[in-house]
Design a protein around this ligand. Structure first.
Ligand code: ADP
Length: 446
């Protein structure tokens, strides 16, 4: 693939390293950008070139569009990969990249806009006959409109920011009184977190599973899906464990959900990798929640069961190539599970714990993959999210994957800061987890 000569990676940590690895295999030179707090981060060491773009806080560096573009210009990069978070779903950034002659490794700015506003995306799905969670018709500015919508839908409902993401800014409200208390606070929170106050609401489904479909589209109007991931093990609406296949999936249900996900992406002419998220209830009804227009944290589980390198494929379709495989080439082989290892203290309400890693021993052996940017003596800066490493295991079936996960977590040693490793050891020994019988409320009863 001769399209790109040099890729600037507008991100940090494990995902920046993941992208560097893909570029190396594709013969593309890499430029790392880094903040003053990230001088010793591994992505800086493994890139071919590196440019410091500012101080530690993300607004001074990884979110500073001008500095990132200057770095791309002085290094003569021809493409920019945003990774996830930071600028990955910023339509303005995607636009500015293309206006500045840098290929943005992601969908078009219009694709991002259409799916980025969640209330608009819901309406678009309804128009395309895709089931959505029952909810309000668009956003509302006033409490009285929210109250009217909620009484029509029936409590409990979940208030969501239309510009929301990362599990933030959502509130479950069980009656009118709770909604009155929550509305203006949620509106203010949405405004300060996402720069957009607008809220919408959905029926709060009790005990569904979070099941999402990985899709990819190319510039020739072809969209394919690569099966599902079950991301039901969540804390405060944020994923902690992800697996593929979903333990309760059937061939027919996968076909139905896959077709809906492909239709959702096709309806906006989607180009790139993306994820269509659904809630799946006990009766196997599924409902569209949102589409993420980027590579996801949990993409490795799909890579392990399909054998497709999603980041290389993402770069390839952004370069104007056709998807390199056919629908019939994709089958899910075996079972993969990912645990997010965070520098957080489960004993203190998962408070983030920056500090120095004094000992680092990652697990290895058959079927084990660790994506991480940390090493012994690495100092975790206080400015960014607390993800330290992703442990991904693969086995011929779910039982083998669980056994590998259990022994990998035993081998995994990170000292110096509290981590979620012990917490994952408990999850992997939980009877409900082992039997696959869990839903998004799993950790509430843990
Ligand atoms: P974000 O974009 O912030 O990640 P999502 O809309 O994807 O927000 O929702 C995140 C999580 O919140 C879901 O995985 C699910 O656990 C929970 N959730 C969202 N909507 C509902 C709903 N209508 N009913 C029950 N749980 C929900």
């Amino acid at each position: 693939m001769a399209r790109f000569k040099k890729m600037l990676i507008a991100n940090r940590g494990e995902i920046a390293l993941r992208i560097i690895r893909a570029c190396k295999e594709l013969g593309i030179d890499t430029v790392a950008v880094y903040s003053e707090a990230d001088r010793d981060c591994l992505h800086v060491r493994f890139a071919d070139e590196e440019v410091c773009i500012g101080r530690g806080p993300a607004s001074d560096s990884y979110l500073n569009i001008q500095r990132i573009l200057s770095a791309a210009e002085i290094t003569n990069a021809d493409a920019i990969h945003p990774g996830y978070c930071f600028l990955a779903e910023n339509a303005e950034f995607a636009d500015i990249c293309s206006q500045s002659q840098f290929v943005f490794i992601g969908p078009t700015a219009d694709n991002i806009r259409m799916m980025g506003d969640k209330a608009t995306a819901r309406n678009l799905m309804i128009e395309n006959g895709i089931p959505v969670v029952p909810g309000s018709n668009g956003t509302f500015e006033e409490e009285k409109d929210a109250l009217a919508a909620a009484s029509e839908i029936g409590y409990p409902v979940i208030l969501k920011a239309t510009a929301g993401g990362g599990g933030k800014g959502m509130r479950v409200v069980r009656d009118e009184k709770e909604l009155k208390g929550a509305f203006s606070i949620a509106r203010a929170e949405a405004g300060s977190a996402f720069g957009n106050h607008a809220l919408y609401l959905e029926k709060y489904l009790e005990k569904p599973r979070h099941v999402e479909i990985q899709v990819i589209g190319d510039q020739f109007d072809k969209v394919l899906h690569l099966g599902e991931r079950d991301c039901s093990i969540q804390r405060r609406h944020q994923k902690l464990v992800e697996e593929s296949p979903c333990p309760v999936m059937t061939v027919q249900l996968r076909r139905k959900m896959g077709e809906c996900a492909v239709k959702a992406a096709s309806s906006i002419g989607y180009v790139g990798v993306g994820t269509v998220e659904f809630l799946l209830d006990k009766d196997f009804n599924f409902y569209f929640m949102e589409m993420n227009t980027r590579i996801q944290v949990e993409h490795p589980v799909t890579e392990m069961v399909t054998g497709v390198d999603l980041v290389k494929e993402q770069i390839s379709v952004a370069g104007g190539n056709q998807i390199s495989f056919k629908k019939s080439d994709i089958s899910l082989k075996g079972h993969a599970i990912e645990c997010r290892i965070n520098a957080e203290d489960p004993k203190r309400d998962f408070i983030p714990c920056p500090g120095e890693i004094t000992t680092f021993h990652p697990p290895g052996g058959p079927g084990v993959r660790v994506d991480t940017h940390i090493y012994q003596s690495y100092k975790i800066p206080p400015y960014y999210d607390s993800l330290l490493a992703k442990l991904i295991v693969h086995g011929r079936n779910r039982n083998e994957a669980i056994a590998r996960l259990r022994r990998s977590l035993e081998e995994f040693i990170v000292l110096g800061v509290p981590t979620t490793i012990d917490f994952h050891r408990e999850i992997v020994n939980d009877a409900r987890f082992i039997s696959g019988d869990f839903d998004i409320q799993f950790l509430e009863k843990f």
